[in-house]
Ligand binder design. Structure first.
Ligand code: ZN
Length: 130
């Protein structure tokens, strides 16, 4: 567990932390605040992420949950966030690169055992655990 730095990219920094610590299987949680965020929404009919939702405002990370597994031979962090504005109004979705940390505290928990590997799933169009 630890603190992310001001201006860190939330997703990229979590991924780098897992890579540095060779965490291939685990889960994580983050609370804190961001200066802006980019989140995605998966269109189930088109089987792809629609246009990113770009939030250019200061927001609280009320919840960020994710998991760590393998994809294309590398460590892959999949995380979702719920972010709240000054009125408590919430936004949520799939965490994308471009979410800039104001201040944040993370916990990454490594799980022992065989790391799950993501493989393309034709039914959903997603890379799911095989
Ligand atoms: Zn997702």
């Amino acid at each position: 567990m630890g603190r992310l730095a001001h201006n860190d990219d939330l997703l990229e920094t979590l991924t780098r932390l897992c890579e540095r610590n060779r965490i291939r299987c685990g889960f994580l949680q983050v609370i804190g605040a961001v200066q802006g965020a980019v989140i995605g929404y998966y269109d189930q009919k088109k089987k792809k992420y629609g246009r990113n939702i770009v939030l250019r405002q200061e927001l609280e990370i009320t919840s960020c949950l994710g998991n760590v597994s393998l994809k294309d031979g590398g460590i892959f962090v999949h995380a979702h966030v719920t972010l709240a504005d000054e009125r408590g109004k919430a936004f949520g979705g799939h965490l994308m690169p471009g979410t800039k940390v104001f201040a944040a505290e993370y916990v990454i928990r490594e799980l022992k055992g065989t790391a799950l590997v993501r493989k393309y799933d034709a039914v959903t169009g997603l890379y799911l655990w095989g």
